[in-house]
Design a protein around this ligand. Sequence first.
Ligand code: ASP
Length: 371
Amino acid sequence: MSKKIRRRDFIRSTAAAGLVLSSPKAFKGGAPAVLIQGVKPAVISSANGNHFKNGGNETCVQKAFRLMTAGTDVLDALIEGVNILELDPEEDSVGYGGLPNAEGVVQLDSSCMHGPKKRAGAVAALEGVRTPSRVAKAVMENTDHHLLVGHGAQQFARDMGFTIEDDLNTKHSRELWLEWKRRTDPSHYLDPKSRAELWRREGLKMIREGLIREEHFYGTINCDGVNSKGEICGVTTTSGLSWKIPGRVGDSPILGAGLYVDGAVGAAGSTGRGEANLYNLCSFLIVEEMRRGAHPKDAGMEALRRIKANTIEKRLLNSRGLPNFGINFYVLNARGEHAGVSMYEGAKYAVCTDAGPQTLPCEALLQGKPD
Ligand code: ASP
C-alpha cells in the first residue's frame, strides 16, 4: 500500500475519532509516526496493576508509565509492567503461581498488540513459562502468525530461549487446587443439574469462605498505554478461569476479545467471564464505537449492554434475570482519555498519568452484585 493511501486512511480514521493530526510523517521500520495534538500520556489497567507486588516499590502502571515517558517503546513498557504480576508467586491470577486447571496444571493465555506497527501476537494454554506476555511478543516479532497454542506455543518458547519449567504451581496454588479437588467430582461438562452446578457452587463457596478472592476465580491483567506521540499498545495476560477444563482458552489471547488496539483510535481490554466476552468480541466492538466518535466510557457501556442482551441462558442469570457474572473493560483512546466499566458496581481500574498512579472506580451498568 502506498504512503499516500495510508495517509488518507489515517486522516479518515482519526477524523472519525475526533483527533487532530499535526504532521503525518514517513514511516520508520513500518511503524507510522502518528502525531496527535493534545495527547495526555496514560497507562491504564485492571485494578491489580496498581498493587505493589513481590516486595517491589513500583506498581505495574507506574513502571510502565515511567518507562514509556522515558522513551521506551509503549508495548515494551507495558510488558515490563505486567511482568511484575506474572512473576509474583502470590499473584494467583496471572503467570507463575496462577490458579491451575482441573488437572492441577497451570495453563497461561496472553496477547499483545502494537498500534503503530499494526502487529499482534498471542499464546494460549501455554505451560511452563512464567511470562506468557513475553512469549506473545516473541510470536508477534518472530513469526507470520498471531496465535500459538499448547505444546506448539511451548516448543516455540523453548526455541526462542525461554526457560521452560515443569510446574508453575506454587505451594499456595496447589493447595487451593487440592481443596477444590477434594470438594468436587472432576467432571466439568455442562449438566446444569449436577456437575457443572457443583463445580460453580464449590468455586463460589471457596470465594465466600475467603480461600480465593473473587477477582482471582477469574483474574487477569490487561494493560494499555498511549505516549505523547499518540502511539497506543496493549497487553493482556492471565492464568484464566480457575479449575478450567484442560485446554480451555478464554478471551485474553483472542484479538478483539481480551484485547484490541487500533493505533489511530484506541485500545480496549477485559477481565472477568471470558466466555461472555468471546461471544460478543467486545474489545473490537469498543474500539469500533470509539472510531465512530464515542467516549471510552460510552463505548465500554455499549459492550456491557451487548453482553447483557445476549445472556439468556437460565444458568447464567440471577434471580433478577440479570447476568450472574462480573466482567470489566478498560478503555483508552488516542487522546489519553480513559474509562473502566463493569457489569456490576464495585470494580476498580488503575491509571497512571503525569499526576501519578491512581485507582479509580469503574462505571457500572447494573446495580448490586452478580448473585
Ligand atoms: N477473562 C479471563 C478468562 O476468562 C479471566 C479473567 O479475566 O478473570 O480467561
